[in-house]
Design a protein around this ligand. Sequence first.
Ligand SMILES: *Cc1c(COP(=O)(O)O)cnc(C)c1O
Length: 442
Amino acid sequence: MNPIQQTDPALWQALCDEQERQESTLELIASENHVSPAVLAAAATPLTNKYAEGYPGKRYYGGCQFVDVVENLARDRAKKLFGCAHVNVQPHSGSQANQAVFLAVLQPGDPILGLHLDHGGHLTHGKSVNLSGKWFQAFHYRVDPKTERIDMAEVRRLAREIKPKLIITGASAYPRIWDFTAFAEIAHEVGAVQMADIAHFAGLVATGLHPSPIPHAEFITTTTHKTLRGPRSGLAMCGAEWAKKLDSAVFPGLQGGPLMHIIAAKAAAFGEALQPEFKVYARQILGNAQALAEELQRRGYRLVSGGTDNHLMLIDLRAKDPNLTGAAVESWLQTAGIIVNKNMIPFDTRKPLETSGIRLGTPALTTRGLREPEMKNVAAWLDRGASSGGQAAALNKIRGEVAEFARQFPLPHLQCRAAGAPGEPIAGERNMAPFSKVPSEA
Ligand SMILES: *Cc1c(COP(=O)(O)O)cnc(C)c1O
């Protein structure tokens, strides 16, 4: 029996409900994934008890000899995974990894340049409500209205005009490849430093399926929980020349004690990502995204930029029906057991809480073992849900079909299941895609 079940029934119930929700629905939020049992187990260890301010070998607390081993494993694996000279595995999240870079290279009021939030950028890339927009003078480049791809001529023009100290590349809702080399040329011309925020597609970079920003960007930041399939956390990387500045920005600049249990989970995830099976997984993410994109286009949906090169796509709902909003479709699909998020599309005329688009991604479904043929089922349900007009009967019918289908692709860590031992597939269920065994390093 799980100890929470014995000591805290209210919390246990909520935890079980969430696991049941995850298992019975289809997760298409592009920034989410399902971690392996090893990653989950590492996060639930007594390493959460340990204070370890400082870095391996230079701590401000006693008793750090074993957490040092853990942090060194995480660091060495991340270095190998990305081919980077220096890594810092302590940022608690992607946002904090970005803040660490700001602290390392910027002064308050400095000009910065990043992709506009409404065109796929992230809050931490200079949005007015975010620290990055309040403490720095933020400017934004956009996508070209025709191609819906980043307008490099505008990037160059803005960079020459505003002379940013920092140029931010990377995004949360951009379905195309980033040209880090072209950005580096512009950055060098105007004396800026490039920070490549690869939060969404880090798993694709690690497997060579998206060009690496190394050595073109001085700093690389990422979350560890999206395509990289680790615990909810962050990672910051740089060349040797910036190592000291980056480390002192993370600690003591921004954070106190690192989350050693989460660093252990990062070590586990990086270990898995180094195995050949992870490349197979990453390729399947792309294959599934292509299959889903094609099927949705066949059904009359317009994809921003006409398709996708990565794990995500932005659907412009107006081509299907000018009255459809992202907010309505998100809520209808949730009733149907399909989890997506409403998203602004470039040059959207609707507000952020309404939107004309939804964003879809395949990392989580790919982890569950879905492949190209199943993307057709997913597209069909998406289409039925979006065309339902919100009618309860239609949505409930889809909900039943989705739940039955989803249960054939069990999650690795279900602890609340009525039948079978925790995590054990129920008889007749398909086994989920296996996670890799991480061999000990020599
Ligand atoms: C998700 C994301 C982040 C933020 O990550 P958190 O861990 O939620 O703070 C930063 N940048 C980009 C581009 C992202 O997509």
